[in-house]
Write a protein that binds this ligand. Sequence first.
Ligand SMILES: NC(=O)c1ccc[n+]([C@@H]2O[C@H](COP(=O)([O-])OP(=O)(O)OC[C@H]3O[C@@H](n4cnc5c(N)ncnc54)[C@H](O)[C@@H]3O)[C@@H](O)[C@H]2O)c1
Length: 264
Amino acid sequence: MTTNTNGRCHGKLALVTGGAQGLGRAHCIRLAQEGARVLVTDINADGASDTADIVNAEMGAGTAYSIRHDVTDPQSWEAAVDAARENIGGLNVLVNNAGIGVPGNIEDCDFGDWQRCFSINVDSIFHGCQKALPLMREHAPGSIVNISSIAGLIASDTMPAYNASKASVWMLSKSIALHCAKKNMQIRCNSVHPTFVDTPILDGTARSAQLDKDVLLEKLARQIPLKFVGEPNDIANAVVYLASDESRFMTGAEMKLDGGISAM
Ligand SMILES: NC(=O)c1ccc[n+]([C@@H]2O[C@H](COP(=O)([O-])OP(=O)(O)OC[C@H]3O[C@@H](n4cnc5c(N)ncnc54)[C@H](O)[C@@H]3O)[C@@H](O)[C@H]2O)c1
């Protein structure tokens, strides 16, 4: 896939959670390619550091920094906001990307897994926005991009925890958007709803389904009207748009990147 590098995010100061791999790594690289400085955060500190190294090798030293960050922990969020202030000069783009799926239908889903899913997928955004908004206001205009899922809009019998957590992200994003608008903060908030994208998260899906990853990808592609599974940059390019001032009239909205699934 070709990428544009037109400085669309020039001057943006971005914190991306779950940046060690998969979609998070792609968001970091694309935002930096468009001129942003990036703080890569993840509970996997080595992976976050590798992402920062990749960005700095392409865009120059000092473009990206990384820290270990547990998005479920308010104190870890305070440290992440401090790191943004100290290492990238502030904050005006927050990409709440870290997320997990957990197995089980409503009868066999473990309650601990349910709580972990909500903690990482939803509590993270509550804590993150509470801790980040004061600094983001200092560097407005700003944008909060919450990575939900098409599974937040369309249910499946096999993933009640993931469905419910991602639906929460969808509605939470709207409430945050309206609050920021009412307070004239010049901070927007939108949610992104991808369908299947080829990242390590699908390794777990393949294991649960007892399928080779290639077989799983073919099976998933057959469910998508456009007949292919997404690449990380299909989502990262949307994050660039939402982070940039190109989307300045868009807040409280959901962007569906689903190959047509929700049109059926
Ligand atoms: N890949 C897909 O098919 C797909 C589709 C729709 C939505 N999404 C969503 O996109 C986001 C990224 O997914 P991905 O496919 O890149 O997943 P991934 O599993 O490849 O990456 C998730 C990252 O989150 C990090 N993480 C997990 N718990 C954390 C915590 N407590 N604190 C900080 N970081 C933590 C992991 O270390 C990992 O680096 C998730 O929110 C996911 O639900 C993915």
